[in-house]
Design a protein around this ligand. Structure first.
Ligand SMILES: Nc1nc2c(c(=O)[nH]1)N[C@H]1C(S)=C(S)[C@@H](COP(=O)(O)OP(=O)(O)OC[C@H]3O[C@@H](n4cnc5c(=O)[nH]c(N)nc54)[C@H](O)[C@@H]3O)O[C@H]1N2
Ligand SMILES: Nc1nc2c(c(=O)[nH]1)N[C@H]1C(S)=C(S)[C@@H](COP(=O)(O)OP(=O)(O)OC[C@H]3O[C@@H](n4cnc5c(=O)[nH]c(N)nc54)[C@H](O)[C@@H]3O)O[C@H]1N2
Ligand code: SF4
Ligand SMILES: [Mo]
Length: 807
């Protein structure tokens, strides 16, 4: 049998659920996402005076879009009848509603989806084949506990991976996996993330940390420059950056410039000017802006001499002076390469006209305060560490760091709740850590992974390969990881990783690699709590309870882990005698200790949402340092902004890098492996970037038909590139390189720079892995490389070379 079609459970609840979904699908476009009650039967029943009792239960959309939205579930007869979003607060800034986007408003279609997993499954085919048979919970728990114990006994906890997974984001639910692992000695640590590893690892060398002004602070800016920040598509919540940018810009009237290879939704909504740029070359643009500012005397000299190290020879660390190694030396051509980084030099690399570069430099230098922000796109690349630091130079050269209306040049930030709802975590006994993206190497090459080549930390080399994987609420085994065809071969080899357990709500591509696949209850189907992210100066908490009783054989992660702990003789240690609600209450009360303004637990469940304004007004990054750099030094070796990082140079001096991998002590342009000038571009002449798409959150919501219909998966291509290939808008094409082929419809549009194509990441991989492997779902990771970036050892997701031809 394939998947979970056969089930012994009563179909009653299932039929009821799909009937409701069907009604919703038939609704007109005005209510396509909203699922208003009149389209669902609720209002009609009310009119007859025979309405069953309706209760409203709070919950939240738990996916990782870097926002959090409140949802109100209208429940009738233990079924979700319809869903609305936050109705508390008002339109007043600072008390505004946490309104959900099209995805969150579609959540009922996920909850009631006919493909949703209903019973525990055991793999019967090969890994990746997707063949499973139903088993009982007892059998499933026994199989997991036995395999886990075997790996712990044979290899120790370093062989256990708790896979990166963000499907149930920022709620404490998922951390119970780590709690169980820590009780059992720990698990292989990871550093970085798939989101922001390059910027997160690079900025501490510059600033001692990674911080940005809260987005709502653009209310104080005169100019806002966004490098690959597409918040209008990627942070759509009414509580998040889309709203804050909108409100702040309305107040300040600041001019907005967007630098992106694509004319994004953010450019369409906010920008006065779009600067299309060749991907991976922002640092060259910045170098040339610096050239203009330096040679025209436009830099903030006082800021640079007071707050920075390595700007010019006078501010270089003493032992490095007089060697032509400073930033100014490099930019003006007095450094080792003797090349002035003029706008003409940068134009050839970036494809941005030299006049545009010079004008941008002058505008940024003369319009204060200016907020420079980057999204995570420019850093999620082969040279992302260099790009991320370079973009910050525009803020540093112009003294815009640490002031209202300015920014550090980093990505978004905000005020966060002072309350800590974290679950108590026993110590992780494993010291070894790897870059989160390199987990597949830990499966494949294991002990051949080293510190100097592969970024292993805490040991010279990995002691044991990864043999056991817990994957809760994530699709990063394949769909969201890179080079799916290669990953398939590694995971399919059962002599490598011995056991994989997956919890999900669907048979996703990653789930096909599970040895045991478990049907989870969603966050809204159990007690839940979550805090805001990137919420400007208004942080908030959302709490809720189970919207309905559990359907079919679905169970909470917590109860399953408690049973596994029981098999290992650790139930009491794991649960401390608490059930899910008991934990929620305990963690909430723990949070209240940090924030006495919080309502009582009972009041919170009733009101759903709790807001808190930043007491200091706007969050301004490194404000203390700006106000008094001696009393409040940065967390860098010198306590200052390290434009030249001798510490980074020293830390990586013995690293083994390939000829096309660069780590520079200066925050300047370095070409990327598989970038536009790579020799491979002769065979595959198009650069291909990904982007996070509004139709999905990664792969989550990717199978909801109404969302797919409204947001088709398509390949953006400039008319010049289409003409060269004889392609027209709407044609079905193959996008391919040596790693694989995807089939997709082409969208011919001037909204993308020539020479570059782009597709939304997160589409569901759909290929015959025993046959031609052509991916008809058009998952970008069929084409991406497994090539960790030079310093952070992270995913270069947007750096790819491809060719496109009619299918
Ligand atoms: N709807 C939706 N929202 C999401 C997500 C989602 O999947 N869907 N995912 C969430 C998560 S976990 C994350 S990490 C964030 C990511 O959010 P973003 O940081 O916005 O990430 P991306 O969409 O990858 O990249 C942003 C932009 O960078 C551009 N870009 C790519 N390469 C370059 C370059 O070299 N230079 C410049 N200047 N621009 C470049 C892309 O065209 C894109 O428009 O979004 C979050 N929000
Ligand atoms: N090429 C390329 N790859 C990328 C990116 C890119 O830009 N380009 N972006 C990367 C980034 S920034 C990130 S953060 C990652 C994200 O990658 P993932 O963390 O894998 O995110 P999702 O694809 O949303 O997968 C979440 C999974 O959780 C499941 N899920 C949702 N709710 C529940 C629940 O209640 N219970 C359980 N058990 N499961 C649930 C969903 O069905 C889905 O399978 O992807 C990365 N991959
Ligand atoms: S996907 Fe993000 S913005 Fe949309 S409802 Fe969910 S949390 Fe809110
Ligand atoms: Mo992410």
């Amino acid at each position: 049998m394939t998947t979970h079609e056969k089930t012994s459970v009563s179909r009653r609840t299932f039929v009821k659920g799909t009937a409701l979904a069907g009604l919703g699908a038939a609704a007109g476009s005005a209510t396509l996402f909203g699922c208003a009650p009149a389209t669902e039967g609720g209002a009609d029943l009310a009119a007859t005076g025979d309405a069953p009792e309706e209760k409203v239960v709070w919950g939240h959309c738990a996916v990782n879009c870097e926002c959090r939205c409140a949802l109100r579930f209208h429940v009738v007869d233990d079924e979700v009848a319809w869903v609305e979003t936050d109705n508390t607060g008002d339109d007043e800034y600072g008390n505004h509603q946490l309104r959900a986007c099209q995805r969150g408003r579609s959540i009922r279609r996920w909850i009631n989806h006919p493909d949703r997993l209903t019973v525990p499954l055991k793999r019967v085919g090969k890994r990746g084949e997707g063949k499973f048979e139903e088993i009982s919970w007892d059998e499933a728990i026994d199989a997991i506990a036995t395999a886990y114990k075997k790996v712990l006994d044979e290899y120790g906890p370093e062989a256990v991976l708790v896979q990166y997974a963000t499907g149930v984001q920022d709620s404490n639910i998922r951390n119970f996996v780590k709690r169980l692992a820590c009780i059992n000695g720990g698990f292989l640590k990871t550093y970085g993330s798939y989101s922001s590893a390059q910027i997160g690892q690079a900025l501490p060398w510059l600033y001692g940390g990674r911080e940005a002004n809260g987005t709502s602070d653009v209310a104080n800016s005169k100019l806002v420059v966004l490098f690959g920040d597409n918040s209008c598509e990627t942070k759509m919540s009414g509580g998040g950056p889309t709203y804050h940018y909108m409100m702040g810009l309305e107040k300040s009237g600041a001019k907005v410039i967007v630098v992106d290879p694509r004319y994004t939704d953010t450019a369409a909504v906010h920008a006065d000017q779009w600067i299309p740029i060749r991907p991976g070359t922002d640092a060259a643009l910045v170098d040339a802006c610096a050239y203009v500012m330096i040679t025209e005397g436009l830099v903030d000299a006082e800021f640079l001499s007071t707050y920075c190290v390595g700007y010019d020879d006078a501010t270089m660390p003493e032992q490095l002076r007089g060697q032509g190694k400073s930033y100014v030396d490099y930019i003006t051509g007095k450094g080792a390469d003797q090349t002035p980084k003029t706008p003409e030099w940068a134009s050839a690399i970036t494809l941005v006209p030299a006049e545009t570069i010079a004008a941008l430099a002058r505008e940024i230098a003369t319009t204060k305060p200016c907020a420079i922000y980057q999204g995570k796109g420019p850093q999620r690349r082969g040279n992302g560490e260099q790009t991320a630091r370079a973009i910050c130079m525009l803020a540093i050269l112009t003294g815009n760091v640490g002031i209202n209306g300015g920014n550090t040049g980093s990505d978004l930030d905000s005020y966060y709740m002072p309350a800590d709802y974290g679950i108590p975590m026993p110590d992780n006994g494993v010291e070894t850590s790897i870059g989160v993206f390199t987990w597949i190497d830990a499966v494949d090459r294991g002990t051949a992974m080293t510190a100097t080549r592969d970024g292993v930390r805490g040991r010279d080399a990995l002691a044991v390969p990864v043999k056991f994987i817990f994957n809760y609420g994530g699709n990063c085994l394949t769909n969201q990881h890179h080079d799916i065809n290669r990953t398939h071969d590694i995971l399919a080899d059962e002599s490598k990783c011995e056991f994989i357990v997956v919890w999900d709500t669907f048979l996703t591509d990653s789930a096909k690699y599970a040895d045991i696949l478990l049907p989870d209850l969603m966050a809204v189907e159990q007690p839940n709590i979550v805090q805001s992210e990137y919420a400007g100066n208004m942080a908030y908490t959302i709490a809720g309870t189970a919207i309905t009783s559990p359907k079919f054989e679905r169970r909470t992660l917590y109860s399953v882990l408690a049973d596994i702990a029981d098999k290992l003789g650790q139930r009491d240690e794991f649960t401390e005698g608490l059930d899910e609600m008991g934990w929620l209450k305990r963690l909430y009360e723990q949070g209240r200790e940090g924030d006495p303004d919080q309502p009582t637990f009972e009041a919170m469940l009733e009101q759903g949402v709790y807001r808190k304004l930043c007491p200091e007004g706007e969050h301004v990054a490194f404000k203390d340092f700006r106000d008094d750099p001696v009393a409040n030094p940065l967390d860098t070796p010198s306590g200052k902004i390290e434009i030249y990082s001798a510490a980074l140079e020293e830390a990586t001096a013995d690293w083994e890098l390939a000829d096309d991998e660069f780590i520079s002590p200066l925050p300047v342009y370095c070409p990327e492996s598989e970038g536009y000038a790579d020799p491979l571009s002769e065979k595959y002449p198009l650069q291909m970037t990904g982007f996070h798409y509004k139709g999905r959150c990664h792969s989550s919501y990717g199978n909801i038909e109404v969302l797919k219909a409204a947001n088709p998966q398509e390949l953006w291509m400039n008319p010049l590139d289409a003409e060269e290939r004889g392609l027209a808008d709407g044609d079905t094409v193959h996008v391919f390189n040596d790693r694989g082929t995807v089939e997709i419809v082409v969208k011919v549009t001037p909204r993308i720079i020539p020479g570059t194509v782009a597709m939304g990441q997160g589409a569901w991989h759909d290929a015959d892995m025993a046959g031609d492997k052509v991916d008809k779902g058009a998952c970008i990771n069929t084409l991406t490389a497994y090539k960790p970036s030079p310093y952070a050892k992270a995913n270069p997701s947007h750096t790819n070379l491809v060719e496109v031809a009619r299918a």
